[in-house]
Write a protein that binds this ligand. Sequence first.
Ligand SMILES: [Fe+2]
Length: 199
Amino acid sequence: MVRPQRALKDELAHARLSHRVHARAGGGALPALRRETLGLKGRGDEPLELAVARAGVEVFCLGETVAVPLFKVLREGCTVPVARRALDRILRDEVRHRDFGWTLLRSLLELPCAPAVRRMLDRELHAMFARLRGSYMPPAGAKRAAIPDDDRAWGLMPVARYGEILERAYVPRFGEHGLDAAAAWRRSASASDRPAAPT
Ligand SMILES: [Fe+2]
């Protein structure tokens, strides 16, 4: 059983390790986190389980699931010790976070709210994928197939590889729960071409 408190502690440690790498690599000041983007938002009078499902799927089933293959590839070419230490720890922990997400989804789909969770995912999964694409995938035509060895040693990879990894990460896992992620992924391609909604 994966405990959410453990995942939270892991994420705070990852943030500290990543900030250390950023500083040692000569990175400048980072923008402050915005409080209003961090909360668990309910919508109107919908049951709390739907808000949990929405956040759990987007953060853990999407974000943490793709983090595992992404960090695995980043770590492969990473030789700068401070970055390698960070990636060693992050990769180990992300497996636990990914597993928490799918355990959470399985539990929600065993509750009476399951039909509502499925309907919510039918409506919203493609938009979650579109946000993920926006975070990781390069715009069409901006593919960059190679990066300098020095960058690779710090644990970076060409942006084009992010897209390849993303496409393979989800479909079978959602399929195990009877959810058609392939269709949502295809829909997300056109959604991500549109400009993001103002926040
Ligand atoms: Fe994580």
